[in-house]
Ligand binder design. Structure first.
Ligand code: PHE
Length: 475
């Protein structure tokens, strides 16, 4: 087989995997989920999921990838035979669907970055209707101030940037991009937090975010926390398996996974600390007790309103930086998503990397079109009758969320009954000499063989029941 390439070392791998993890999930989804689900209570559940369920799955996933040294399909197939290969294929399909809708939202963020920094979006008087029109008419060929309004175009460009990076290979493409974007992301994030904490009424936001209200604890909080943790850590579909296959043998998997988990969780936490003071600043300015913070409106409607309140000049800078941050976060995730099917075709079909990258990127862009058109343009996709009237993008995203926890559960079953836990331990001992005598080994073996498959299995079933029938109606 041709030389597949490697990350240059531990830092390169960790940055790339953390880059995959840190994304729209952290900056867009986490703050509003936390807001909807009782703030600190949600944070608590989320952390519990990470410790107990996600960290072990992450270690296992990377170990499988590094041991096999292949793409997601190849890894399962090499260590477990053809049947298990299908689990890898399932993961690859899920990755394709995630990227298909993820790239649409990334395109919106890219469009907003351009319109705020270089256009006159901040002069808009109704951000809500602007967003509505913006996502609705994807082919809008008119332009404001020389900037196109078509988010078909923005998504296409975003996918092209993703493909450009992935086509350059592991070290020169993926690693270099993450080495630039990840530190920049942290700097911008911390800069905006410091600024937002100085705004009037900021502390009310912090309090809302951090003081728990256990009255809010519902079973759905657990579901949301678990799904969000899996999505946010890029687990359960083979991203980290694929990245793991480019990790050298002398690197310590268990400690790398810990750093990745902590990096991802800290960005999610910090994103909340950035957003809620801003939201409460707006409430103070508008003299209202509440502004809608759920779903897309949060970053595409509420935040731009806040940047507007700052005045055009400052708003351009802070707002522009904010959307640049979102674009960086999204891009380091889209490249990891694209790498999964690319690795599969390169490893299994011996195809040429560059051609595969551009071909698959185009294909996924096309798969994403229904999601893009589901925001108003095509009424049928906007209100799915079989899915409680939700739109197609939400439907695909929900199905992917469920597939991730199911994938994680089956991966633990694979390690326990097929590959065998002692083989995983052998892989984890590489690059980590004391591992066999450590408490960590006991913890990982216990969680991967018993806790994860059981809890992930039960919770996945409950999540599916809740999605389609509403859990209250069933129990
Ligand atoms: N973890 C990414 C985010 O939080 C999304 C993602 C999911 C990326 C699965 C890769 C695989 O936005």
């Amino acid at each position: 087989m041709a030389n597949r390439g490697y990350f240059s070392g531990r830092i390169g791998f960790i940055l790339a995997a953390a880059g995959s993890a840190v994304g729209l999930g952290n900056i867009w989804k986490f703050p509003y989920l936390a807001g909807q689900n009782g703030g600190a209570v949600f944070l608590f559940i989320y952390l519990l999921c990470i410790f107990l369920l996600c960290y072990p799955v992450m270690v296992g996933e990377i170990a499988i990838g590094r041991r096999a040294g292949l793409d997601a399909y190849g890894s399962y197939q090499k260590l477990g035979g053809k049947k298990w290969g299908y689990l890898g294929l399932f993961g690859i399909m899920v990755g394709i669907f995630i990227l298909s809708f993820y790239n649409v939202v990334a395109g919106w963020a890219f469009g907003y970055f351009l319109h705020i920094s270089f256009g006159d979006l901040l002069q808009e008087d109704n951000m809500g209707s602007f967003f509505g029109l913006f996502v609705n008419d994807i082919l809008d060929l008119s332009s404001t101030k020389g900037l196109a309004n078509s988010n078909f175009l923005f998504s296409l460009i975003f996918m092209a940037m993703t493909a450009f990076i992935v086509a350059r290979g592991i070290q020169k493409g993926i690693e270099v991009a993450n080495r630039i974007m990840m530190p920049a992301l942290y700097v911008i994030l911390i800069g905006i937090i410091i600024y937002s904490l100085t705004l009037p009424n900021a502390m009310a936001g912090v309090r809302f975010y951090l003081v728990p209200d256990f009255g809010e604890l519902k079973i759905q909080t657990v579901f949301e926390g678990l799904k969000q943790a899996f999505f946010s850590l890029s687990l359960g579909m083979g991203t980290l398996m694929t990245y793991g296959s480019y990790l050298k043998k002398n690197e310590n998997i268990a400690s790398s996974a810990a750093v990745i988990s902590i990096a991802d969780t800290s960005v999610a936490f910090l994103a909340g600390l950035m957003v809620f003071p801003l939201v409460h600043f707006l409430q103070f300015k508008l003299q209202v007790t509440e502004v809608a913070t759920a779903g897309p409106p949060l970053i595409f409607i509420v935040l731009p309103q806040i940047f507007q309140e700052m005045g055009v000049a400052l708003g351009r800078v802070v707002g522009g930086l904010f959307f640049l941050l979102v674009c960086f976060a999204a891009l380091t995730s889209t490249i990891s998503l694209l790498e999964v099917p690319v690795a599969y075709l390169v490893d299994q079909m011996n195809m040429e990397r560059k051609k595969v990258v551009w071909g698959i990127a185009l294909l996924i862009f096309v798969v994403g079109l229904p999601s893009m058109m589901s925001q108003g343009m095509v009424p049928f996709l906007n209100k799915l009758t079989f899915y409680k009237g939700q739109d197609f993008l939400v439907f695909v995203s929900d199905m992917c969320d469920i597939s991730l926890t199911v994938g994680g559960c089956l991966m633990c079953v694979f390690i326990t009954y097929q590959w065998r836990i002692h083989n995983m331990n052998e892989e984890l001992e590489e690059g980590n000499e004391g591992y066999n005598r450590s408490f960590l080994k006991k913890y990982l073996n216990f969680t991967i063989q018993y806790v994860c498959p059981l809890l992930l299995g039960i919770l996945s079933i409950l999540i599916i029941i809740d999605k389609f029938f509403g859990i209250e109606n069933v129990f």
